[in-house]
Write a new protein. Sequence first.
Length: 189
Amino acid sequence: MTDEPRLGLALEAVLTRFRALFVQIARARGARSDELDEIVQDIRLRLWKAQGTAEKIEGLSTSYLMRVATSAVVDRVRARRRQHEPLPERDGAVPPALQVAPDDGIERSALATQLARVLDGLARNRRILVQLHLEGYDRQEMCAMTGWSEAKVRNLLYRGLDDLRVAMRQTQAGAHDGRPASEGTDDDG
């Protein structure tokens, strides 16, 4: 291929320009520091395979690069977890994807704390599935991890997500009007 040196330069330019973003995405999704170089290399390979020319790589949008990076990170973290971790039981813990980095604002920290409290209030089976969902696992992976049927996982997940939405709305409504969440509005909409 005659465009190979230019392709390599285009890839290197994109990876250099967006490395900080890729690292931020990796850390937010639970990647370890020793995995960062491998993740960047995986992003390089994905871009090379999917785009193939310097012109295409040079014209990529930031949102596309974020999706590629997120996909690479999630695949890496899932592979590690499949090899080393049993089904997580995280009573009171915020999923790694939602943990607050030191440079995040106070508001995000408060939201993460609020989310952790709401998750703790969910029924155990629903809480497990919602946490796995928030960490990026799909339903088939949840079935494999829990040993439950697809129908059970789907129903518990949807009910758990609905419970989470309702509880988060109630706690936020209570915070905005100065009343505790239990004294919030009674409307369901």
